[in-house]
Design a protein around this ligand. Sequence first.
Ligand SMILES: CCCCCCCCCCCCCCCC(=O)SCCNC(=O)CCNC(=O)[C@H](O)C(C)(C)COP(=O)(O)OP(=O)(O)OC[C@H]1O[C@@H](n2cnc3c(N)ncnc32)[C@H](O)[C@@H]1OP(=O)(O)O
Length: 617
Amino acid sequence: MWRGFIEQTQPVNSAVAKVHQEQGLRNILLVDAQDSGNNFLTRKFCHLSTVYQLKKYEYPQLALTVVKDEQLRQVIEAAAKDDYSKIGEEDDEVYKGILQGHEARATKILYDMRSTLSDFLLRVTSWLLYKLLPRFLTSVVAHPAQVQMLIKASNTGLPLIFLPMHRSHLDYILISFILLNNNIRSPLVAAGDNLRIPVFGWLLRGLGAFFIKRRMDPVQGRRDTVYRAVLHTYMMACLRAGHNIEFFIEGGRTRTGKACLPKGGLLSVIVDAYMDGTIEDALLVPVSVNYEKLVDGNFVREQLGQPKQMETFWKAIRSIWSVLNSNYGMMRIDFNQPFSLRELVRSFHACNKSKLHTSVPDSGGGGDSPLQSVPSENPKPIKSLHTVPSSASLYGTDIMVEEHRLIVESIARHIVYDCSSSTAVMSTNAVAFLLLNRFRNGVIMDKLVEAMEKLKKDLFYAGRDFGFTGDMVDVINHACDLLGPGLVRRERVIKSRDESVVMVRPFTMVPNVIELSYYSNVLLSHFVLDSVVVTALYSLLSADPNPPAMVGSYQVLPFTEEQVQQFALDLCEVLQFEFIFTQPCRQLETAIEDVLTQFRYKEILLCSEVCHVYSPV
Ligand SMILES: CCCCCCCCCCCCCCCC(=O)SCCNC(=O)CCNC(=O)[C@H](O)C(C)(C)COP(=O)(O)OP(=O)(O)OC[C@H]1O[C@@H](n2cnc3c(N)ncnc32)[C@H](O)[C@@H]1OP(=O)(O)O
């Protein structure tokens, strides 16, 4: 029901509010009317008064500065000379014509790209969002301490570079909304130019979007140097002018629920800006976002191989209308500890010096992965995971040194790893994970409750945060309601004459499983290395023709820990384009050793002097 224009300050759902209180979180959709002063009007129109009182920032428009940039001019001239030399004619008029063509193109690229961020538009949109968001989200939850940390970071005067995981179109809206309402300068956000659609494109541009091509060089093998130079110069100018910047390092929304491998193009510009002294430092802020229910529908069509549908004005209107009339539960946003770019680069230099001496060159020509950027304690040949190298900077003409590429890639991977391991686990993630991986044939409610408690405990000890608390039966029912009867069904089954139990089952048709696994995959980052080690153990076991000897209820495994470790490393190499297994500043070998130690601690594996013994459970 439309809530009218008299403004709501009471929790929409008091049970939800209680959960937030317990976890020390804050629903940012609620405005404390008491803070707005005692005036009747400011209490009644607290949203209006909130947006009115926001800190005013200047958002300089930079198109003119960029057009006049000397380095950009040089790239344009170089491109014109290149084209002119291909014609093979000596005629100044022809050259002038080509040059003008390139200049006109650069100007058009720039005007299509630039943001027109406006303080007024931000305030109006913020007010509108206070009205609209509660219609389809029960809460948008952030940690006040994290917001305070951002305010402190923003007070340093350094540019903040927000690097969120991308799950939904709501991500960037809510990030800007939170920043704005906490008096932090709103960022310029890199948007794919597929979003430059009528009306919405204009609106997004005014709210901070700058539009980029999703593929730098649409024609394979031909570098679009002019485009690259415009983008590079524009971003440099933005940093110089004190703008904060945001971009989705994964390059698009995840279709599977698991983190995508990062893209280095825009990040390389930020690193360049520090390296060439344009900025003295920048604070990189990884941001994790998660939704109880995904607002953008599902990606099943695309997962089944059908092409992505283009964004259009009418499609956007239809989606907004359908979103406004549904319930998507809670959205959770976590701002992680900002990294100083200067510190990152310094520590990379320090670590990498010794690493470059200890590592063995990769035969595939891919260079060394930053996965091994910290040198081993006992220098031994390090297994290198292949990466696809870039040989030139985004600027298009500079040759990029290998170390620069490694720094960018290492930072990018670190950010994605941090974001995915600090993503709060929602009720829907936990329920989908258990139903798909443990109880595909269904499970009675009591057993599911037990499994949820155990999962929660395991994740808690591993340092994961949750988007749910309270009675587990309620949590499961809430998750099942949100997932909907198309994915999970609950039915009462007769257990004995006068006893019936609730059975929870996932639908196991392919499209339903794909959709459910989107929710479940949020937990992949937590289990992936364990799974690799277990797969290594089983593979070694099944490769042995003799049945394993038994000692009591334990099987004796005829191989050493080193063999398991080596096999696990090989598996990681196979899966390197699917997962980031550990932080780049940590050795993969160490991470695998830690998994084995955990297995011994949990008595999944027992260790004897000659071999390993493991419980078949
Ligand atoms: C009040 C509230 C208001 C609320 C309301 C606010 C809303 C207001 C905002 C709306 C905003 C919408 C936001 C939508 C969300 C998206 O649209 S997400 C999609 C768009 N964003 C992104 O993709 C960002 C991340 N992507 C990148 O950085 C990509 O690299 C690029 C720049 C798009 C290029 O991608 P690509 O063409 O696939 O090429 P890629 O392989 O990455 O490399 C390109 C070049 O980068 C350089 N490069 C790549 N890797 C490296 C490396 N490791 N080291 C150095 N250089 C490197 C090289 O020069 C490379 O060229 P080559 O050497 O390969 O020739």
